[in-house]
Design a binder for this molecule. Structure first.
Ligand code: SF4
Ligand code: SF4
Length: 86
């Protein structure tokens, strides 16, 4: 397998912009996104990518976010990521 067989981008949540609406959660076919409640006193809910190394970079979650909190970013060099989706 060559480097071109690996995904080069990964979904990233901007927690400052995230409202916790949850719209992105069902958009991920791999169930990698979920809502998490932050600490007191705000108890702010945000979306969390549970396993960035498993995200194939399909981008399906990005257009579901109406708040500009989801984007695709270059994958860190030390994270090869999963193989490209068929
Ligand atoms: S890019 Fe695709 S696999 Fe990754 S979190 Fe978004 S919907 Fe899930
Ligand atoms: S759709 Fe956007 S604002 Fe809503 S939970 Fe997901 S990342 Fe946060």
């Amino acid at each position: 397998m060559t480097s071109s067989d690996r995904t080069v981008v990964v979904a990233v949540v901007d927690t400052a912009r995230c409202t916790g609406c949850g719209w992105c959660v069902p958009a991920c076919p791999w169930q990698l996104l979920s809502l998490r409640t932050g600490a007191a006193p705000q108890w702010k809910k945000t979306s969390v990518l549970s396993d960035p190394g498993a995200c194939p970079g399909c981008r399906r979650c990005v257009p579901r976010c109406l708040f500009g909190a989801l984007s695709m970013q270059p994958r860190p060099a030390d994270d090869p990521g999963p193989p490209v989706s068929p």
